[in-house]
Write a new protein. Structure first.
Ligand SMILES: Cc1cc2nc3c(=O)[nH]c(=O)nc-3n(C[C@H](O)[C@H](O)[C@H](O)COP(=O)(O)OP(=O)(O)OC[C@H]3O[C@@H](n4cnc5c(N)ncnc54)[C@H](O)[C@@H]3O)c2cc1C
Length: 488
């Protein structure tokens, strides 16, 4: 049996670990932190449970395919619950849309804001479906773009689908009302993309959600991490936690293993699920050119997270709620390009206890707030800023948004800032999404799933093709597995 070492234990790593174990590799995963799961950590306090990263499950078929590969059934490991609506989006004037996969309910709501837009809903969804077909059904998402030929083959089809134009401009061709322009262009933000810049290939997420639904797992996202870890171990995989990889020794052009906790572990292939910049910095070889990876690009946004135990239930908040500032393009530009922390913000609020009472004490809610913010290139001192910034958000929710007596009902608040992404997860510039998925950093132009110079060094996860998000990193595992098979 050949040995594969994976650095990091995010969903990309766990998916590939399962795939390779099923292919008869001996897989060892090394994770720097105490618990596996990467950004999908969970913590408990005073009877409240919080997922700290991903919270929306989409594309359940991609999830299931990993379990099928292992000869297992996902339903034996987790209880998946469909959510309807997927989320509620509040606009700055307090009008809202309950975003759902039910076309008629979407059309009925949209008619209130702009009847012509409502008429165009189905046309937009058809467009999103065509892109989805190319990326998911025809396998572009799970095919490594490591040679220009694959990219050149895709370009005529992508051009025909308008998939290379910016997402917002394509959505604007179908919709007039600012609410609809937001609703049908914001999905790239889920994967760290600026809707005004990323190619509209990411608009396929609208159809991906519609076709597969939005789901929750009882016990929270971490129950999914536990399911992946269980399957990985049942197949014979080994997981080493508290085991940061500090070196990847390279000899005669090959990665010969890794060094962790001062010990050398030999491997036939090494796969990095860690941040790409970090991976290149730990490559050790006399040939310094090996360290010169594709790490000088433009980095994505970061996130400011708050976890609140709240002793009251607020009907205004659904399981997933998005609350928007009056500014869209300008706010996104502040975050991605101007690198400033403006006075206004938009936020995503996750209240899993709305669906799953086990997540909070009776009569209470566990509330997770995610505010997209600029990454550490802005030089914000988050240790100093976090409580002031957090207070601003709480004040907004009570005084402007209207959560009655919110402050007095908060049991406790914990924070997680861009600095924590850097220190705890090794995310360059504190961005969990890696390089921004603009056209020049997408597909062939993103970090390839296999190193160009060190042929037995592979990549999996958000930093490589096709990109961030659970479906993205699980597809990256499939793409990398194909390359490993070819190499081997
Ligand atoms: C706040 C937030 C909310 C999100 N919401 C959603 C959502 O709702 N739905 C969705 O689909 N996606 C969401 N995402 C995106 C999704 O969570 C990520 O894209 C995905 O989890 C990344 O997986 P990955 O495989 O790239 O690994 P990561 O999760 O990036 O894990 C990499 C791991 O490598 C470890 N590591 C780094 N360096 C080393 C080293 N030298 N040695 C050992 N270990 C190392 C890190 O500690 C980490 O555990 C969200 C992300 C964040 C941050």
């Amino acid at each position: 049996m050949k040995t594969a070492i994976i650095i990091g234990s995010g969903f990309g790593a766990l998916s590939l670990g399962i795939r390779l174990q099923a292919d008869n590799w001996n897989v060892k995963i090394f994770e720097k932190n105490q618990a596996p799961g990467g950004h999908a950590q969970q913590f408990k306090k005073n009877g409240y449970t919080f997922d700290m990263g991903p919270s929306l499950i989409t594309a359940p078929d991609i999830l299931k395919s990993i379990f099928i590969k292992a000869g297992k059934d996902l339903n034996d490991y987790v209880s998946l619950v469909p959510l309807d609506p997927f989320y509620r989006v509040y606009f700055h004037d307090k009008s809202f849309i309950d975003y759902t996969g039910d076309s008629q309910r979407m059309i009925n709501q949209m008619k209130n804001f702009n009847p012509q837009d409502a008429d165009n809903y189905n046309k937009f969804i058809d467009k999103s479906k065509e892109i989805y077909k190319a990326v998911i059904e025809d396998g572009l998402g799970s095919t490594a773009f490591n040679n220009l030929g694959i990219m050149l083959k895709f370009i005529p089809r992508a051009t025909k689908l308008n998939a290379l134009l910016p997402a917002y401009s394509v959505a604007s061709k179908y919709f007039e009302d600012f609410r609809h322009r937001f609703m049908f262009s914001f999905h790239p933000l889920f994967i760290g993309g600026n809707p005004f810049k990323v190619p509209s290939v990411y608009l396929m997420i609208s159809y991906l959600e519609k076709a597969g639904g939005v789901w929750y797992t009882i016990g929270g996202m971490y129950s999914l991490v536990q399911a992946f870890v269980s399957v990985f171990k049942e197949l014979g995989g080994e997981l080493y936690t508290n085991s940061e990889v500090n070196e990847i020794p390279v000899k005669d052009g090959k990665a010969i293993g890794i060094i962790s906790n001062d010990k050398f572990y030999e491997a036939d292939i090494v796969i990095s699920n860690a941040d790409v910049t970090r991976t290149y910095s730990i490559l050790k070889s006399k040939d310094e050119s090996y360290r010169n990876g594709n790490v000088s690009g433009k980095y994505s946004m970061s996130a400011f997270l708050m976890f609140l135990g709240v002793k009251k239930k607020y009907p205004e908040l659904l399981h997933h709620t998005i609350i928007l500032s009056h500014r869209y393009k300008e706010l996104v530009t502040d975050i991605f390009d101007r690198h400033i922390l403006p006075d206004d913000f938009s936020m995503y609020v996750h209240v899993p206890s709305k669906t799953d009472p086990s997540m909070a004490p009776e009569g209470c809610d566990s509330i997770y707030i995610l505010v997209p913010v600029t990454n550490l290139q802005a030089g914000v001192d988050w240790d100093k800023e976090k409580t002031t910034y957090g207070d601003k958000i709480i004040n907004f929710l009570e005084n402007n948004f209207g959560l009655e007596d919110f402050k007095n009902n908060i049991d406790f608040i914990d924070y997680f800032t861009p600095k924590d992404f850097l220190l705890q997860r090794n995310s360059a510039f504190g961005t969990p999404w890696g390089l921004e998925p603009v056209l020049t950093q997408t597909a062939y132009f993103r970090q390839h799933n296999q190193s160009k110079k060190i042929k037995n060094l592979f990549f999996v996860g958000a930093g490589t093709h096709p990109g961030a998000g659970l479906p993205g990193v699980m597809l990256s595992a499939e793409a990398t597995e194909k390359l490993i098979k070819k190499y081997h």
